[in-house]
Write a protein that binds this ligand. Sequence first.
Ligand code: DP6
Length: 348
Amino acid sequence: MKWAARAPANIALVKYMGKCDARLNLPANASLSMTLDSLCTVVELREAAATRWVAAAPSASVSGRELRVPALDAAGAAKFEKHLARVISEAPGILSQFGLRMRAVGEVEIRSANTFPAASGIASSASAFAALTLAGAQACAADLDAFAAAWEGRPEFRRAWARVARQGSGSACRSLEGPWVRWVDTDAAAVSSRLPAYVDLVLLVASGKKAVSSTDAHAAVVASPLWAGRVERANARVAELSAALAAGDASVVAQVAWTELWEMHSLFHTSPQPFTYWLPLSLEILQWLKPLVEGPGAPVVTMDAGPNVHLLVPATDAAQWRARVAERFPGLLVLEDRAGGGAATAVS
Ligand code: DP6
């Protein structure tokens, strides 16, 4: 038997940065993100002699995207294997709560691949742990049709699994639904939006492995003098952003994301051992965008714990924005993906 799932990356406009419980990945503050679509991870589980991650391609495909097997080190593979064990141990409780029957899971080989290049600066932990959670959950279900019906039809079922995904990597809990997802404490759930369909244009400033992992950044920022009041400010921004999405007020969305970007990176810059993800080109792009963010038809600009700049714009304006970027920064690589609905079972 084989079970496969795919889950997209997500890009936060108000960030999860700082934890109040590092073991459970409980966030210090609420966050809100846009779920992507085909920039994703595919995970496949196959019955095998031993449970371990193997560097081999899954057989499921993602149309229009090349799949690349990541180069996981031993610690990365062990974290993945541990998460599968967590999914299997949580399954009886969740499946029975939703009236689904459990099957015993034997040893399985874990295969995974991303549609984005390993060094693209797209964080793969959210998509990877979300896809592994769904693949593992399916493997525990005796009736796959009943499982699929619950996954598609009962939001609370996905949300129960999102709580499990979070324990693998916090931001993974926002990749199970879409297109806009708010995460507060233990719970992540889609929020309503009147915005038109958006796309994410990822301006690829650099693509090397980052010097400070986001897990280390979470630990560092709480010692910044700017941490005082951070939780309240971020939570207030999530409330403002939720209201702006519901009202379809794109300029407020753009303002909130812009302020939040500078604040999160200021936390990095003011931690006791200051560090930065910015490169000269990141700053040049931000300086170019500043008057555009303040003007009409503002793009939503954000950056994760990395040097790349994300421009979120209505899908209908994407070609025009790509042309503007190409004119100002000739040769700069841009990855594009639209907003999507979250993790899904994958067919081989
Ligand atoms: C900057 O979810 O990667 O992307 O829970 O330690 O795995 P762990 O951290 P992770 O942190 C993501 C941080 C961020 C902001 C965000 O996505 O909200």
